[in-house]
Structures are given as C-alpha cells and as structure tokens.
Design a protein around this ligand. Structure first.
Ligand SMILES: *Cc1c(COP(=O)(O)O)cnc(C)c1O
Length: 526
C-alpha cells in the first residue's frame, strides 16, 4: 500500500467476492485522494504575490514571524483536488437520497437562479429599508403564503433551522404562560417516537421532559397523554405526520386534551411536505409549528445548512413572537426591530438580522412555480412514492406498521434479518456498494433496527424501481447467507467501514506533519 493510502485502504477483505483492487488504490477513473497538506510540496503556489510591505506598527507585536504553513499546490493541482473530493461526496444531484425524516429532494434550478439575483444575493442586512423594499416585500409575501398554507395568523421567519424553530416556538410558549401568570409550568410532553431535537429543545429552554407512550400502531397513546397532562404541563410537542411516517389520527383530540389542561400544542412540522396543500395545521388546533423551508420547500440542506425554520403561531401565541417582522404601510414596507410599544410582548430576538434571505427567495420561488395545485401534488406524490416503496419491499423486508398506508416515508424494522447474522448497519453499508446512499438507520428509536426510507416526490418510478431492485437483491443475498457481502461493506466506496463511534467521540480535527513530511518550518499559530 502506498503512502497516500494510509488510512484509506481500498483492498477488499480477504474472501470477499465483490471487489478487485487496483495497484494505486484508485478505482476506474476515480483517483484516491490525500489531504491537501499531504499533496505536493511547500514550494509551489497558485498565485504570485508581491512581498508585502509590512507596516508592523498597527499589529501590536502580532506580526507573523514563522511561515503560515499553507500547502503549496499549483492552480490545476488545487482545482483537481477539490473536484476529486466533490466526486466522492454523495449528492441529491447524483442519485436518490432516501434519508427518512430529512426530506432530501431535488432543488429546482429556478430557485437558485432567483436566489442569485444581485438584488437579493448582494443585500446587506444593515442596508436602509428604503433600499430593500423588494426584499421586504418578498419576506412579507412568503409570510403570507406560509400563514395561508397553515391557516395560522402569524409567522416568525427568522429561525435558521428546524431545531432553531422549535426553540423559537417554546420560547414563545414560555412567554405566553408567563404573561398569564402560568410561568410555574415546568413540563413538556414528548412522544417516544419524537425527533431528538424535540426533547433537546425542551431541555434547553429549561423544561423537564416527560415521554408519552405510543400505541402498537405507532400513534400517540391518548390514555397515557391524558394521564400525564396536568397543571404543570406547559406544552406537548407532537410531530405530524410522525417519525414513523404515520398520520396522527387523533390529532384533534390531542389538541383538545392539551388545551383543556391549559397547555399549548407545539407541532413539529418538519414533515409538512407530506400534507402541504391538503391539511392546514391551524384547523387541527396547533398553536405553534416550525416549517423546514429546506425540506418542504426544497431549498438545499447539505453539510448542516443553511436552512430556515419559520414558525407559524396561533392567535394565542402571536403577540409573543420574536422580532423582527415585516409590516406594510402607506410608506411601503418596514421592519419591526424591537420588542417595544405594540410589540412589547414579543420575547426578544432569535438572530442578529432578519433570517436566511437566500432560503426565503428559494422557498418563495418554489411556491410560486408550483401554485396551489402543484403544492398539493407535492404532498400526494411524496405519499404515493413512499407507499410504492412500502408495497414493493414488504414481501422481502418487514414493515414496522404493516396495516394501512404510510405517509411520506416507509418504515421497516429488522425482524426480517433475524437469523441471517446481518444487522441494519451491515445492510445499509452494503447499499453503498450497490450505488445507493443508505436510508436513515436506527431511528425512530421505538422501532427495532429501524430503516426509515423517504423517497420524496421528486423521484420517478424508474428511480424508485432501481432502488427497490437493489434492496430486494440485497435482501435475497442476506437471506441466502452471503454474510461476507455485508460484514465488511462497503468494499467499493472511497472509505471502508469506519469506526463511527471513535470518529464521533475522538474526532481528529487538525493535521500535523508526519515525521516523513518535511514542512519548511514549524507551523505558526498552532
Ligand atoms: C429535520 C427534522 C428536525 C430538525 O430540523 P433541522 O432543520 O435539521 O434543525 C426536527 N424534527 C424532525 C421530525 C425533522 O425531520
């Protein structure tokens, strides 16, 4: 194995029949890629700069004395390095991305075009409002359509992700309770199938979290909910459709029980793409709900962001919404920036400025290009696609909730792998060798060895069939006892099976020269 391949073995495991290895570690036309620091030397540069004329007087003795330690690569070497890295990255533009709960769907290029218009892209958040009227109008229109689609009277646009929206919703709820002299309420109820961000948010705000049990058919257990509602409960947080991919049939009853106990109903709306245009959360008795623009309204959400998580609010909660928001008057649009005067009950601010303008533009472009019938069809196709997958795979794999259709995601457990020696993790890793990104694994926690598949509405029947064919072939291999195919998988990916626990617990985030790699001088500022 050559130097550059240390830590990136591409040899197939002994006895495995799935791969041949090359002499260089490269595969096909895909070259193995080292860290940029390991590439090349220290004496090349892509640009020629004049030596700086230092005026050290302003730097208070902080002038760098040692070399900066940047890798030395020519321009073509630099370009190739990053293009090769990009080829190793899975992307929605390469193939289906079936991560349940994450809603990884195609992002229409029209949205991108709109977001790059200089009038939006080059805006400065501190520009005088007289110069940003178009952007404010867009925010106002987006707010209007979010309120219309959800039948809610108010929306806070500024939260920057779903979890941030949850925080916004719970802070609004807290402010509303305090205003009513109910600030002593200390508990938030969360069903066992909830996304991890729900209990985390409640705990972050300072609430105690109590779990609500689930029925055998994957819904909130109403009896348990009724037993746990008390004068101490501030809110419940329910996802609908829930993370088992099921519609909460008793949602109106849940809202009634909650309100009767003096608590507010927070709905995690990350799965709004399953019901948009068909169901309005305001009609269900919801008090606050975040909408992941980067899920339902298609904007990209790779690498942790940027996202946007606007929160729609009921009449009862609207006065407590955080600043800023846009208002229109006869002098045009303006921003309410401070929680004073008519906004005095607002709980404060979530972000320094107005939120994610680029996401607002993309979401608005998406809404306008779909229209009301198109948005409704988004939900219908998302649900149809998930049910197609559920139906095709159910013979070979075990659906967690076999009775009745699912919503936008199909959930399987690992009962069908019993006796094969193959785990959910092994199966997911083997999918990588077949050219498919794995589905969400081991979530929701209430389902053993969960495999949560969300195709979204943007996949065609051909794509869904390719995906199902691959999974059915793998399922057959697992049942036929071809354990090697799974245990060491992935064999064909740039990275082999990783110790993910070690990587999460002890991440290596800095690079230091190997003794054999000679940098010109010690790195400064380490
Ligand atoms: C994605 C998701 C969230 C969190 O949203 P982020 O934008 O990732 O913070 C919360 N709940 C559910 C059900 C989700 O799917």
């Amino acid at each position: 194995m050559s130097m550059l391949n240390v830590g990136r073995p591409t040899q197939p495991q002994a006895g495995a029949s799935v791969a041949v290895s090359s002499l260089t570690g490269a595969r096909g036309l895909m070259q193995d890629e080292a860290l940029i620091f390991e590439l090349g030397g220290w004496d090349k540069t892509g640009v020629d700069l004049e030596p700086a004329e230092l005026d050290a007087s302003d730097l208070a003795g902080l002038t760098r004395t040692a070399p900066i330690g940047l890798p030395g690569l020519s321009e073509p070497e630099t370009v190739r390095h990053y293009v090769r890295l990009s080829q190793k990255n899975h992307a929605i533009d390469l193939a289906l991305y079936p991560l349940g709960s994450c809603t990884m769907k195609h992002n229409p290029r029209l949205n991108e075009k709109a977001a790059r218009l200089p009038g939006f892209a080059d805006l400065h958040p501190l520009a005088p409002v007289s110069t940003t009227q178009g952007a404010l109008e867009l925010m106002d229109s987006l707010a209007h359509w979010l309120k219309t689609l959800t039948a809610m009277p108010a929306v806070a646009l500024s939260p920057k992700a779903g979890a941030h929206g949850e925080l916004c919703g719970l802070l609004t709820i807290k402010a509303a309770h305090e205003a009513k002299g109910q600030g002593h309420r200390r508990t938030v109820l969360v069903p066992t199938s909830a996304h991890g961000t729900n209990p985390a948010t409640a705990a972050f705000v300072g609430y105690d979290v109590t779990e609500i049990a689930q029925t055998p058919d994957g819904r909130v257990d109403l009896t348990d909910l009724a037993a746990k509602l008390s004068p101490d409960v501030a809110a419940i947080m329910v996802t609908n459709p829930n993370t088992c991919g099921l519609f909460e049939r008793d949602i109106i009853e849940i809202a009634k029980l909650t309100h009767a106990a003096g608590a507010y109903f927070y709905c995690d709306g990350a799965n709004f793409n399953a019901i948009v245009g068909r169901v309005r959360p305001g009609d269900l008795g919801v008090d606050a709900m975040h909408i992941n623009l980067h899920k339902t309204f298609s904007t990209p959400h790779g690498g942790g962001g940027p996202g946007a998580g606007p929160v729609v609010l009921s009449e009862a909660l609207a006065p407590f919404a955080p600043a800023p928001w846009v208002v229109s008057g006869h002098e045009g649009f303006k921003l309410v920036e401070d929680c004073v005067d008519e906004a005095a009950q607002g709980f404060g601010r979530m972000v320094a400025f107005q939120g994610q303008m680029g996401m607002f533009v993309r979401a608005y472009a998406y809404m306008l290009s779909h229209g009301s019938d198109g948005l409704r069809q988004v939900a219908e196709d998302a649900v149809l696609n998930a049910n197609y997958i559920k139906a095709r795979l159910s013979g070979a794999m075990s659906p967690a909730f076999p009775d009745g259709p699912c919503m936008h995601e199909a959930l399987f457990d690992d009962a069908w792998l019993e006796g094969t020696g193959v785990t959910t993790l092994d199966f997911a890793k083997a999918m990588i060798d077949e050219g498919f990104h794995p589905m969400t694994m081991y979530f929701p926690l209430v389902v053993h060895g969960a495999m949560l598949i969300e195709p979204t509405e943007t996949e065609s029947k051909q794509e869904l069939d390719r995906f199902c064919d691959a999974l059915l072939a793998l399922a057959e291999a697992a049942k036929a006892g071809d354990g090697d195919r799974f245990k060491g998988a992935p064999y064909l990916a740039p990275m082999r099976r990783l110790d993910e626990t070690l990587a999460a617990r002890k991440p290596k985030l800095t690079w230091r020269p190997e003794p054999t790699t000679v940098a010109p001088a010690p790195l400064a500022a380490e």
